[in-house]
Design a protein around this ligand. Structure first.
Ligand code: AMX
Length: 438
């Protein structure tokens, strides 16, 4: 059976050829127009980036190399003894566009476990942080420090040739993904249970099996399965979202994958992006506390209006691109539906009741272009049900996941020789002058 590296070696030349042809034959084909509203509106909707692994359709949601989430759930291998997709099989798909066999997935799990331990100086660095430092700040700093061992940086200093770039980038990406669980679990231990023992990486476990074990939840098979699905599903959401784009931009300077991904993590730490699942839980719990035991749809509706009238957004609803309920939200809801204890959980029931009411209220409110839930409307609430109640930590789990897609793109950016990103900016005066002159 073919290894990941051999598979990539085999498919890269055809992709390079495809890009060369696109550039030579269609370099001046017009794809769209740039309006003033795009320039002042966060470049929303502008088609201006190359991203290989996934494409987001506003109605259907994300597709990974053409496969929808339900397709992936059918074909991507699970962990031994599990049913849910795992990050290893998703990573293989993202990198190669091919569905790995169970054997290939297992080999990748074993490689990641073998490379999963942190260097001592990173352990010491993370242990030196105050407990009060936000877990996302700790994660970003830990990831940046891992560049001490960057194969790409070392080879660049030696003077490697361009065709070699992707090879060393891939090694860094694999090493980084392998080390994320130990780093993220160490942060969890230090912040929430200082002084307690931390399990070492176990060579016989998959990536998330190890992560759950190091978090202290190794015995909880149901939570481990949830985390496998959650981390696989959050792996990539095409290129323009803030975290993926940040990694791409920084990577385009030929900064190594560790520095590039730490930039992504700091973008993910914003409340409009990865912090939203923490905000959703806070908001749903405040709703629960205010509405008491007998929660009706009428009461939820009134609470939604109260949130909107106080000038706040409804967290977990709306999206920069999607115009339908997020299929990742649906997949997580289905996971809950299949488990009686989750179905009976008050917080999950509240998420479901809110889903029945919120789209109508947001439509009537009339501002958001997408009145439907995004994945964050439920993801943190499920963690809460399982007893993982430390809100501030939720984005770290998202950060372990997003590495799959952002790092895949770095490998492809190096294999395809993509250039430094450098869009043209304009001042308001320059825009006004352009408008007056045209
Ligand atoms: N509740 C209330 N108002 C909302 C809203 C919501 N959930 N979503 C959007 N709006 C408002 C916007 O604030 C904006 O108002 P303005 O004109 O007064 O500034 C207007 O609707 C138009 O916004 P939009 O074009 O529909 O959305 P966007 O692309 O600018 O922003 C997002 C997208 C996700 C930031 C926004 O929907 C939002 O703030 N949602 C709540 C936070 C959230 O769930 N974030 C998670 C996103 C997914 C992720 O990255 N994890």
């Amino acid at each position: 059976t073919k290894s990941l590296r051999d598979t990539l070696k085999e498919i890269i030349p055809a992709k390079q050829e495809q890009l060369k042809k696109l550039k030579a034959e269609h370099g001046d084909t017009v794809v769209g127009e740039v309006k003033v509203e795009n320039i002042i509106g966060g470049m929303r909707g502008l088609k201006a980036m190359l991203w290989e692994a996934s494409v987001l359709d506003p109605v259907e949601g994300i597709r990974f190399h053409g496969l929808s989430i339900p397709d992936c759930q059918k074909v991507l291998p699970a962990a031994p003894g599990g049913k849910e997709i795992i990050p290893e099989s998703m990573l293989w798909l993202l990198l190669t566009g091919q569905v790995p066999s169970a054997e290939q997935t297992l080999a990748l799990s074993q490689e990641l476990a073998a490379k999963g331990a942190l260097p001592k100086f990173v352990e010491d660095l993370v242990d030196s942080f105050p407990r009060t430092l936000h877990p996302m700040t700790q994660l970003g700093m830990g990831v940046a420090a891992l560049n001490h061992d960057s194969a790409f940086q070392a080879a660049y200093e030696r003077g490697m040739k361009k065709p070699e770039y992707w090879v060393h980038t891939l090694e860094d990406c694999i090493d980084l993904i392998a080390r994320l669980p130990a780093l993220a679990a160490r942060i969890y231990r230090n912040v929430y249970a200082p002084g307690t023992p931390l399990a070492p990486v176990d060579g016989s476990l998959d990536l998330v099996g190890n992560y759950a074990n190091m978090l202290g939840y190794g015995e909880n098979h149901s939570l481990t399965e949830y985390l496998r699905l959650y981390i696989a599903l959050h792996g990539d959401h095409e290129g323009g979202n803030a975290s993926a784009h940040a990694a791409h931009l920084v990577g385009s300077t030929l900064a190594d994958p560790y520095l590039s991904y730490s930039a992504a993590l700091f973008a993910l730490a914003g409340p409009l992006h990865g912090l939203a699942n923490q905000e959703v839980l806070r908001w749903q719990m405040a709703m629960q506390a205010e509405l008491g035991a007998d929660i009706t749809e009428e009461k939820i509706e009134a609470y939604l209006w109260k949130t909107l009238k106080s000038g706040q957004v409804v967290p977990g609803y709306g999206h920069g691109v999607l115009r339908n309920p997020d299929p990742r939200f649906i997949a997580l809801q289905e996971f809950c539906d299949g488990k009686p204890e989750l179905k009976a959980s008050p917080i999950i029931q509240l998420v479901n009741q809110t889903f029945k009411v919120a789209p109508g209220v947001l439509k009537a409110h009339g501002k958001t272009k997408n009145p439907y839930p995004n994945v964050d409307a439920t993801s943190g609430c499920v963690l809460y049900h399982y007893g993982l109640t430390e809100f501030k930590y939720y984005t770290v789990i998202f950060g372990v996941s997003r590495a799959l897609g952002a790092l895949t793109q770095l490998v492809w950016a190096r294999a395809l020789g993509l250039p430094l990103e450098r869009p043209k900016s304009m001042s308001m005066d320059a825009l006004s002058k352009f408008i007056a002159d045209s």
